[in-house]
Design a protein around this ligand. Structure first.
Ligand code: HEC
Ligand code: HEC
Ligand code: HEC
Ligand code: HEC
Ligand code: HEC
Length: 257
């Protein structure tokens, strides 16, 4: 267990403390220049990317353009600032499909560690058509419905007639992600309930233990071992239904007495 509490619903990231968004952006030349409203007309696509970033959890967390694209965020001149900002197709680019796991993994360490154990990663480094982080995740923005985006990604490759003859796992994946969704809902309810009762009978340890297990499952997802994920999801759902039932019957007794 980590020494601090994980607010429910947040992802546990192995992060060095990040500056607040406002501090991070204030003297960041990428942001200062890219926010220029004139670009709306001059470079509409570029402006759109800037707008997406402003609505993203990365912006909120103080993660700026240079953290992912490289470059020198202390340089005011465009040529100097763009030094090292390479096109994604360039193998040296921090966002080249083979290098994304390292780049994103600087902050999402657990996801990276699991992902490099997956068949996806093996296929990726073998230069087959395989997903990298941004294939499944919009990196610039938080578009709504992360789960749908991710599931649609599975279906673009794991379909009948795919030249690689990939297994048809999309329906299984959907079922498993639904299970995780239910687990996440029960976990939220359980925390709110026991917290409101001042944590009777060691319930705090049990809830926190379940929260840590849930976070670990989301990390395991990136191994793309669906059987293991399904087993873990079933296990945690069993444990959650038990504690949920306990809470519910305690509340019924309370209501009656
Ligand atoms: C002084 C203004 C200015 C600064 C500072 C600046 N940019 Fe840009 N950036 C632009 C303009 C204008 C374009 C579009 C024209 C071009 O590519 O030169 C652009 C284009 C880009 C592109 C798209 C390149 C492509 O090939 O499509 C990326 C990515 C980018 N900038 C990232 C950054 C990052 C990261 C930083 C900070 C390290 C940064 N920029 C700093 C003005 C700036
Ligand atoms: C969390 C990492 C991350 C951050 C932060 C980020 N980007 Fe990106 N950016 C990406 C990824 C990954 C792609 C390609 C896939 C996609 O569109 O999601 C991309 C694509 C782009 C593109 C189009 C492709 C290209 O190179 O021409 C532009 C332009 C761009 N970003 C500019 C910016 C600017 C400007 C900022 C800051 C305001 C920024 N990005 C912040 C990861 C990031
Ligand atoms: C400098 C650190 C840093 C880098 C680099 C970084 N991230 Fe993040 N990322 C964060 C932080 C901080 C958050 C917000 C914390 C949270 O959501 O719990 C976040 C949130 C996310 C989320 C959750 C947002 C959502 O829509 O629910 C995803 C997915 C994500 N990042 C993917 C990526 C990908 C893909 C890359 C690489 C292209 C990347 N990140 C690069 C720090 C980083
Ligand atoms: C083949 C698709 C796929 C790839 C590739 C992938 N992910 Fe994920 N990612 C998922 C799925 C599925 C989830 C779990 C969504 C859920 O909670 O149901 C997830 C969840 C996440 C989250 C938590 C988002 C949240 O809900 O808060 C982060 C952060 C993340 N991934 C980062 C990464 C990084 C970094 C990489 C590259 C090393 C990566 N992912 C590669 C499919 C993918
Ligand atoms: C860009 C294409 C692509 C996308 C998108 C994609 N996959 Fe895959 N997937 C592959 C490739 C390639 C392999 C490796 C097949 C092999 O080597 O046997 C693979 C293998 C797998 C395997 C291992 C199957 C086995 O034989 O054990 C699972 C499970 C899997 N993918 C699940 C998913 C899930 C879940 C998603 C969506 C979140 C997804 N994939 C998205 C291309 C993709």
């Amino acid at each position: 267990m980590p020494a601090y509490r994980i607010p429910f619903g947040l992802v546990l990231l192995s992060l060095a403390p990040l500056p607040l968004a406002s501090e991070a952006s204030a003297d960041n030349s990428c942001i200062n220049c890219h926010k220029n409203p004139a670009y709306f007309a001059q470079y509409p696509k570029l402006h759109e990317y800037y707008q997406q970033w402003t609505a993203s959890p990365h912006k909120e967390a103080g993660v700026t353009c240079d953290d992912c694209h490289g470059g020198d965020a202390s340089a005011e001149e465009i040529e100097n600032a763009h030094m090292g900002v390479l096109h994604m197709n360039d193998r040296q680019s921090a966002l080249h499909y083979q290098r994304q796991p390292d780049t994103c993994g600087q902050c999402h360490r657990d996801k990276q560690r699991q992902f490099v154990q997956s068949k996806h990663f093996t296929a990726l480094v073998a230069e087959r058509t395989a997903p990298t982080c941004s294939t499944c995740h919009p990196a610039m923005s938080r578009r709504p419905e992360l789960r749908n985006i991710v599931l649609n990604a599975c279906r673009t490759c794991h379909v009948e007639g795919n030249a690689d003859n990939l297994p048809l796992i999309a329906d299984d994946a959907e079922h498993i992600f639904n299970q995780l969704n239910i687990a996440s809902g029960l976990l939220g309810w359980t925390r709110i309930h026991f917290e409101s009762q001042d944590w009777p009978n060691g319930s705090q340890d049990r809830v926190e233990d379940l929260e840590a297990r849930y976070e670990a499952i989301v990390d395991h997802v990136h191994q793309f071992d669906l059987q293991q994920t399904a087993d873990e999801a079933a296990d945690i759902l069993g444990a959650l239904r038990e504690i949920f039932e306990e809470a519910r019957s305690a509340r019924e007794r309370q209501d009656q007495g």
